[in-house]
Write a protein that binds this ligand. Sequence first.
Ligand SMILES: [Zn+2]
Ligand SMILES: [Zn+2]
Length: 246
Amino acid sequence: MSLGLRTEGTNTKLLVMDLHIHSCLSPCADLTMVPSMICNANLDVFSVTDHNSAWNVAVFQRRCSSKLFIPGIEIHTAEDVHVLGYFPNVHDALKVSSIVEGLMDKFEYDPERFGYQVILDDEENFSGLVEYYLGFPTKVTLDRAVELIHSHGGIAVLAHVDRKFGAMYQLGLIPDVTNIVEVRNKETWLSLKKKGYVVLTSSDAHTPDEVGVRKSYLEVLRGEELSTEKVIRKVSAGHVRTLWEI
Ligand SMILES: [Zn+2]
Ligand SMILES: [Zn+2]
């Protein structure tokens, strides 16, 4: 695997990562958010995190083999808070996705108005549509969402805490469910870093030109062999830097 590594010290280097990207499965994302448009982005590590579903993670893993791919999901909880889950493998992401699917109201919606939710096959062809709206809150509480992610070997991250559908914005505080947070603003980064949180910055890209516009960096050893599992454990252990720490 050839990664576009950034030189750091003699023994360490930084991998460029964007852990919050929506595919054409998310109703609010562009239909061009498919592997061939995203795989060549200037990133070493990336994750696809669609709203309340992980149906498209397998095709990204298959077709983006030049990058470290982290199967993900963005769960919209009953409290109207977005939580990201990152998993060591596609299988666990899909298991969580199907549990979340069972805990959603299946409202019919108008895709012309609110956006198509496209499932891709292995060849990146449009193979199906999700016909209920993925953009609504689920019946999964925040506690349950984090527990679900953890019990499937994943790590849970409170998404964009300082904007709409983020924990601080919706609840006025950071609930004590995980110590990993994604932020938008430098001020939030500063205050949460001081409190001991692991802080990430990611793009939340919904169009190809947004991929990688905000990113984080993963600290690794030179020559270190990496896997999806290892990357998420490193994130969890805080071996990350935001764009303000480079
Ligand atoms: Zn979100
Ligand atoms: Zn998002």
